[in-house]
Design a protein around this ligand. Structure first.
Ligand code: ATP
Ligand code: MG
Length: 142
């Protein structure tokens, strides 16, 4: 691990600022795990991350498993493994093509559920609920 840091985020506005700063670190081919319990802000973080690039249609990928966004010269694949039953499904839906192509920034909610099937991430962001509006985010860079 290169670095580990912790930030307190006390509002949606602060989440938005954090997401914007984080977006500057991203390059195609990167893999980011988003950890943390239900409702901790993983999808909301992705929404703010990509909205800075002019992408506004961000649905939770809970049902579709993977959403793709393109904007600002970047391509994102946003996955949620919460409902995934087996790693085999990931092969069936072509998930690894997003990773292997090196042409996407791959964001994965609940990655830890199938972490053994994934390459090492570039970043892990771990969200924790502190109060209704406050989150603690621990960022690990590898
Ligand atoms: N500071 C904050 N940061 C993130 N989300 C916040 C914050 N304050 C309030 N919220 C609210 O918390 C909720 C977070 O829900 P979200 O769907 O992003 O969680 P999630 O981690 O993706 O959950 P799941 O595991 O179910 O996918 C949203 O309704 C959001 O508006
Ligand atoms: Mg979510």
């Amino acid at each position: 691990m290169k670095t580990q840091s912790e930030v307190s985020i006390n509002s949606i506005e602060q989440l938005s600022e954090f997401a914007e700063a984080f977006s500057k670190k991203l390059k195609h081919g990167m893999i980011i795990f988003l950890n943390g319990p239900l409702g901790s802000g993983k999808t909301t973080f992705v929404r703010y991350l990509v909205s800075g690039l002019g992408i506004t249609e961000v649905a939770s990928p809970s049902f579709t498993l993977i959403n793709e966004y393109k904007g600002g010269g970047l391509r994102f694949a946003h996955a949620d493994f919460y409902r995934l039953k087996s790693a085999g499904e990931l092969h069936e839906i072509g998930f690894f093509e997003y990773i292997n192509s090196g042409e996407y920034i791959v964001l994965i909610e609940w990655a830890e559920l199938f972490k053994e099937t994934l390459p090492e991430p570039d970043f892990v962001l771990s969200f924790a609920n502190e109060s209704e509006e406050s989150r603690k985010v621990t960022q690990y860079e590898f």
